[in-house]
Design a protein around this ligand. Structure first.
Ligand code: AKG
Length: 239
């Protein structure tokens, strides 16, 4: 019949899209309390803050007390390269000068302020944040092959939390227990901008970095290769 609606064409053999599942990564990237007092806050630093920290690390690395591979009393040399602020870590104690006599770079107030914000937000405890007075930073640079074995941070006289900030390539961060260098542990991925705070019952937990994931750094933070980690600590040493 003229003017009649044409028969609908057979449906196209292209299925309609199904609702997309949530990306696995986004469902895992939430605040996590890995153990008592050990908190992972993903994507805590903005890109701008990451850029500023990368630039500051570059400046600290060039200072007279600059970045170096630490020689262990056993004779081994760490694959990670480190520059310290406030107090220089020479295994297994702190001093105000490096092994070659250079004065350690001062610990800046703005970094302490960042540490206070980190503790307040990780523990959801503004008073704990306000009371936090870090005076040591260890800035570690990992090239594609560097790693760090399981160890405790126990050369400080105070047991205030350690604040750890990650920049650049992702890594596998192994967080163990305070009793022994072994299982049980949790492996988690730390990415650029992530915050990890460990204090309280986890302050002396063994931890380490078995590997980094080269080529995973976000290009916009100004670190084309490798991983930087900044840990803030309270020395408990006299001013
Ligand atoms: O690179 C990290 O995430 C850990 C660094 C660390 O364990 C340390 O500096 O003692």
């Amino acid at each position: 019949m003229a003017g009649a609606m044409p028969e609908p064409a057979a449906p196209l053999p292209i299925p309609l899209p199904l609702p997309l599942p949530l990306p696995v990564e986004s469902s895992r990237r939430e605040r996590t309390e890995v153990a008592g007092g050990a908190v992972h806050l993903p994507d805590w630093l903005t890109v701008g803050e990451q850029r500023r920290l990368v630039g500051a690390c570059r400046d600290w690395a060039r200072e007279p007390a600059g970045m170096r591979a630490t020689r262990l009393p056993s004779g081994g040399v760490m694959s990670v390269r480190t520059v310290c602020l406030g107090w220089h870590w020479r295994p297994y104690r702190y001093s105000r000068t490096t092994e070659d006599g250079a004065p350690v770079t001062p610990f800046p107030d703005w970094l302490a302020e960042l540490g206070r914000r980190a503790v307040a937000e990780a523990y959801r405890d503004p008073a704990a944040g306000a009371a936090y007075r870090p005076d040591i930073a260890l800035v570690n640079y990992y090239d594609h092959a560097a790693k760090m074995g399981l160890h405790q941070d126990k050369d400080e006289l105070a047991l205030e939390p350690v604040v750890s900030l990650s920049l650049g390539d992702r890594c596998v961060f192994r967080f163990g227990n305070p009793e022994r260098r072994g299982r049980p542990w949790t492996d988690l991925e730390l990415r650029s901008g992530d915050l990890f705070v460990f204090g309280g019952p986890s302050r002396l937990a063994y931890h380490g970095v078995p590997k980094t994931l080269p080529g995973t750094a976000p290009p916009e933070i100004g670190l084309p290769a490798g991983r930087l980690n900044i840990t803030l600590r309270v020395s408990g040493l006299p001013v």
